[in-house]
Each structure stands twice: as C-alpha cells, then as structure tokens.
Ligand binder design. Structure first.
Ligand code: HEM
Ligand SMILES: [Cu+2]
Length: 618
C-alpha cells in the first residue's frame, strides 16, 4: 500500500509527460549539437549549428522526447530490471503520456494522424490560394511554394495515408477483432506512437532550416543541392516510417499469434486480413526506403555522393519508386478491406466470395512490387516500357476482386444507407475513377502526354483522398459507437458525407481537365488562360477543406454530447462488437471461444461461446 502511495506521489511530482518530453528533447538537442559542433567539428569561426550537429542533435532530441513522455519509466527501466512504476491515470491525461494499452495507443495514433491531416490540409489550402492567380502573390518566391508542396505531400503520405487506418484503427481494433486483450509487443507499440508527432513536427519545421524543392519524393541529385531543410525531410520521414514499421511488426505478430481459440485462418476478419497484407508490404518496403534516405542523408551531411557519382542519378528514382508504388497500396489496401468489413454488416447479408476478397488483397500486394517504373516512362527506352505497363494493368484484376466481393455482398441486400455505408459507397465510386485513370496512365502513350501535369495530381488524389480518406471517414462513423460509447447524428453525418463528396469531385474532377489543358505540377506561376479555371477550382478546394473541418467538429461534438450507444448497434458479428461500448480496460474476460465465421448472416447465432468448457448446444 505504502509503495502504491509513494508511486502516486511520484507521478504527481513529475512534470506532465509531454512537457517533460519537450524539455528532454531540448536538452538532448543542445547537448548533442554542442558536442558535435564543438568537439568533433572544431574550426575557427565555425557556426554553432552545422549539418552534422543538427542531424545528430535531432537524434538526441527524439530520444529525449520518447523517454520524456514516459518510455523511460515504461520501457527502459523495466527492461533493466527495475519494478514497473509507470502509473497511468484513468482520465484524459492517459492520452498525453506513454501507454501500453492498445486502445489508448490506437486513439493516440488516430489523434496524431488527424493533426497531420489538418496541418497538411492547411498547407494544401495555401497552395490552392497561391494557384488562384497565374502570378505569385501569396508566397514570395517559388522555393517557398515548393517547400509547402513538399510538406503537404510528405505529411499526408507518411502520417495520414500510411498511419490513419493502420496505426490508428488497426491498433485499436485488431486485438478486439481477433479476441485478444493486448497486442504482442505493447511496450514497443507505446514507443512507436510518439514518433509520429516528432516526425510531423520535424517535417513541418524543415523549411526553417532552408527551403527544399524536391516535393515528397526527395529526388537526387536535386536534393543534394538543396539547403539544410532537406535534412529534416529525411529525418522526419525516417521517424514516421520507423513508427509504421514497428506497427507492422506488432500487428503482424498479434494477428499471427494472439487470436482467440477457434479463430482459425479461414475465420480471420476482413479488416485483419487487410492489416496483415499492408503490414507485410510495410515490412518489405519501409526498410528499403529508409536505407535510401540514410544514403541520401549521408550525402547531405558528409558528403557521400552515392547517387550522383557511384550510381547514376536515376538510381535514386528507381529506389524511391520501388517503395513508392507499394506505398500507394499500403494506403488503399486497408480501404478495400473496410468495404468488405462494413457492407455485410450494413446489409445484414453474408459476405460474397470471401476467399476472392482475400486472394485479391494478396495479389494486389504482390503485384504492387512489380510496377514501380511506370513512374519513369519519360526516363526509359520504348522497349523497356512494356513489362511495367503490362503489370500495372494486371493490378486491375485483383483490384476488381475487391469490387466483386463488395458488389456481390450488396446485391439484393437490404442495405442500410447510413453514414458509414454512404462513405463506403463513395470510396468505391472515387476509387473507380482513380483506378480507371490509373489504367490510362499505365499506357505510355497517354503517360508521356500528361506526365507531370495536374492530370496525375488528380489521379493520385482520387486514390489517396477518394478511396483512403473516404473510407477513413467510413471507419470513423462505423466504429464511432464503439470508440466513444455514443452515437453520432445520422442527419449531420450524411450532410457531411455529401458535402465532402461533392466538393471533392468538383475539385479533383476538374484537376483532370486542368492537366489536359496544360497545367503543370510544381509551378506557382502558369499561363493566364488557365487562371479562370484555377480560380474556380480553388473555391471548391476551400469548400472541401471546410467540409473536412465540419466532419471533425461533428465527431468531436458527438463524442461528448451524443446519445449513449448500444454495445452492438449495427448487429455485427465480429468480436469487437461483442464487448462493451467503449470496451473496458480488459477487452474480454474471459477470452471468448470462436465457433463459426463472422460473415454468415443467415445464421442468427453469435459466433462465440463465452465459457470454453461447455459444448455447443446444437
Ligand atoms: C484537403 C484536400 C487536398 C487538396 C486541396 C490537395 C491539393 C494538392 C495540390 C494542389 C497538389 C499539387 C501541388 C503542385 O504540384 O503544385 C497536391 C500535391 C500532393 N498531395 Fe494533396 N491535396 C489534398 C489532400 C491530400 C491528401 C489527403 C493526400 C494523401 C494522403 C495528399 C497527397 C499529396 C501528395 C503526395 C502530393 C504530391 C506532392 C509532391 O508533388 O511532392 N493530398 N495536393
Ligand atoms: Cu505507381
């Protein structure tokens, strides 16, 4: 008892963990930066901050941050054999400190990616504001515009696209869906979460060190000529990808080894299949891009002109897109899985051709590694184009399976047209446009015409926003009752969905035509005949931004004020719905035994039996 009280006192005496994390980060940076710039880099009149000192200073700062928010007591000291002394208060403060509870970590990830979305979305609004006129008028030089494009793309890809549905909803729901009380590596998971805010902050402040002009792809040899801001691009992306890599390790192990008894391979829920598939993609490709960035970073710090001299300048491009194309599927595979998760529930109808859904996910995953050079048609001989064009078009077949399964499930179903369903259908519609224009772009004849134009920008936003962000919202509303214990407002939910759907299609649908009329990417200055259209497109973009904010306000409001939700308001069969809303600290007590699959709605019985001793009654 005495021990517990003194621990409690200890926690009270401590600074709030986030504040302590910032303090330790600052100390770490100052100490390391000073050491490196004074001791190892000593020259007369040498600046206090150098490329080497800022890079190593950053490493120390991130270390200080992670330890300071609680990994010191929560992960390091227990590892060294000290007793666990990290006490997490059971109120809102638990979200602002190191935690090992997958539900807290999941919400922290959701919150972090939401922050990234709002920051990068604000950058997009600035870009669209600039593009309302053909001459520069918001930014005062092209480098400032390009840095904003880079921050927007980087933060969106690595803290939203890669994270929101995996680190966020994955961490929260995978253990619940497979009948487990925790993930496999909870301490590591606690650490990985805190890399996300660190990574976002690093990328966002990067232009302070100097404008970088490469966009989210960091192309060499251009990057090598950029000022020091590019360092924070590499480092920020390194933090974000490390986080996703740790999530992939943790969730793969969790799905493989922590399933409830009876949850056999052919009963694994579709969302868990989706998370397993993207985790494998992450495990294969994130280390590849990380090593590429480490080489580019060494080039910027030492210098070690690997890409300019030892390899060819195209080497970087190849290495980037080797990862870059699978990255697209890292973003949309969870979206496909969500369609297949939500539609049977909302139609109360059995999932159609489940095996084909899984085969589709797996083949998309495999083929995504064979198509990278379709981003480089302008850099190759005609004879080299065929295989990349061919494999790219082949991806539409397993992708088609995701549609087949979803449409087959909806066929003659009495589909409840509520907010999650609406978002799911919208995601399917948008991805159809993203996919069809992708097939067009895979054709070199078209590609060479529209390369680096807004046609391409339209195409990939149809996949990243149209498919992924829309299904992210589907997930938010579908699981809202479970996350918050409350119900959202169906009317305002639908208003929000229709709002962003119209604004999105009016904005990005017109990007295609802008591109076909000759609007280039990466330019703040363009010919005046494009001005009226750009002006009007920007208005729709602002409407879209407002629509997103409206949806988040609705979610935040109903989180506190919505009517109390039932445990299983959709009458779903998967296990997360068989817990309380929101689930207690212990998800399942006892761990349930699974006796049938989750997607057979002809059978009225629940797929679980709670006391493992008894035999089924029929
Ligand atoms: C809020 C709505 C959004 C708007 C209005 C928007 C607008 C834009 C525009 C105008 C560009 C092209 C800039 C240029 O080349 O001159 C761009 C680039 C980009 N956007 Fe978005 N975007 C939005 C959301 C997103 C989301 C959700 C993602 C990913 C999850 C994303 C990922 C990217 C990427 C990767 C680039 C390429 C950056 C580069 O060229 O390096 N965007 N966006
Ligand atoms: Cu690609």
């Amino acid at each position: 008892m005495h021990g517990a009280r003194s621990e409690h006192a200890r926690v009270k005496r401590m600074l709030p963990p986030v504040v302590r994390g910032l303090l330790w980060a600052l100390i770490g940076f100052l100490v390391m930066n000073t050491l490196v710039s004074e001791v190892f880099d000593r020259m007369p009149y040498h600046p206090f901050i150098t490329r080497a000192s800022v890079t190593l200073g950053w490493v120390a700062a991130v270390g200080g941050w992670i330890l300071g928010v609680g990994a010191w007591e929560g992960a390091v000291k227990p590892y060294l054999g000290y007793p666990e002394e990290w006490v997490v208060p059971q109120d809102w403060r638990k979200y602002f400190m190191y935690s090992t509870d997958h539900k807290v970590i999941g919400l922290q990830y959701i919150f972090s990616s939401l922050g990234g979305f709002l920051i990068a979305g604000f950058a997009a609004m600035l870009m669209r504001l600039e593009l309302m006129k053909g001459q520069m008028w918001i930014f005062n030089n092209p480098g400032a515009y390009l840095s904003t494009v880079g921050v927007h793309g980087t933060v969106m890809m690595f803290s939203v696209g890669t994270v929101a549905l995996v680190g966020g909803f994955g961490n929260y729901f995978i253990p619940l869906m497979i009948g487990a009380n925790s993930t496999s590596f909870p301490r590591m998971s606690g650490v990985s979460q805190w890399l996300v805010p660190a990574g976002i902050a690093t990328v966002v402040i990067s232009p302070v060190l100097g404008q970088w002009t490469t966009g989210w792809r960091g192309y060499e040899p251009l990057a090598g000529q950029d000022p020091a801001g590019i360092l924070f691009y590499y480092l920020g992306v390194f933090a974000l990808t490390t986080s996703s890599l740790l999530v992939a390790i943790n969730l793969t192990a969790t799905i493989l080894f922590k399933r409830a008894p009876g949850l056999t391979w052919n009963r694994i829920p579709m969302y868990a299949w989706g998370i397993l598939a993207v985790s494998l993609l992450n495990l294969i490709w994130l280390p590849e891009i990380q090593m590429t960035f480490v080489m580019a970073l060494l080039n910027a710090v030492i210098p070690l002109p690997y890409f300019a001299q030892i390899g060819s300048p195209l080497t970087y491009m190849e290495m980037f897109w080797l990862f870059g194309h699978p990255e697209v599927y890292i973003i949309v595979v969870p979206a496909f899985a969500l369609w297949q998760e939500i539609l049977p529930v909302m139609g109360q109808k059995s999932l159609f051709a489940r095996q084909w859904g899984i085969i589709g996910l797996v083949f998309v995953m495999i083929l995504s590694g064979l198509v990278w050079a379709h981003h480089m048609f302008t850099n190759m001989r005609n004879s080299q184009m065929l295989p990349f064009s061919f494999f790219t078009e082949m991806i539409s077949i397993p992708t088609g399976f995701a549609y087949l399964v979803s449409l087959g499930t909806m066929w003659r179903a009495n589909l409840k047209l509520n907010t999650p369903t609406l978002y799911t259908l919208m995601s399917m519609f948008n991805f159809l446009i993203g996919g069809v224009t992708g097939v067009l772009l895979a054709d070199p004849v078209v590609n060479l015409q529209v390369h680096d134009s807004f046609f391409v920008v339209a195409h990939f936003h149809y996949t990243v926003i149209g498919a992924m962000v829309f299904s992210w919202f589907a997930a938010f509303f579908y699981w809202f009752p479970k996350l918050s214990g409350r119900m959202y407002n169906e009317f305002w939910g639908k208003v929000g969905a229709i709002w962003v759907f119209i604004a999105f299609n009016m904005t990005f649908g017109q990007f295609f035509f802008l591109g076909l009329h000759g609007m280039n990417r990466w330019v703040p200055v363009y010919p005046s005949y494009l001005e009226p259209m750009n002006f009007e497109v920007s208005l729709f973009a602002f409407l879209l931004g407002l629509g997103f904010v409206f949806n988040f306000l609705h979610i935040a409001w109903m989180w506190n004020k919505g009517p109390v939700a039932k445990d299983n308001p959709w009458q779903a069969k998967t296990l997360e719905w068989q817990t309380a809303s929101p689930p207690g600290e212990q998800n399942f007590d006892p761990i349930p035994k699974v006796i049938s699959g989750f997607y057979d709605y002809r059978d009225q019985r629940l797929p679980i039996r709670n006391s493992p001793q008894k035999e089924p009654t029929s």
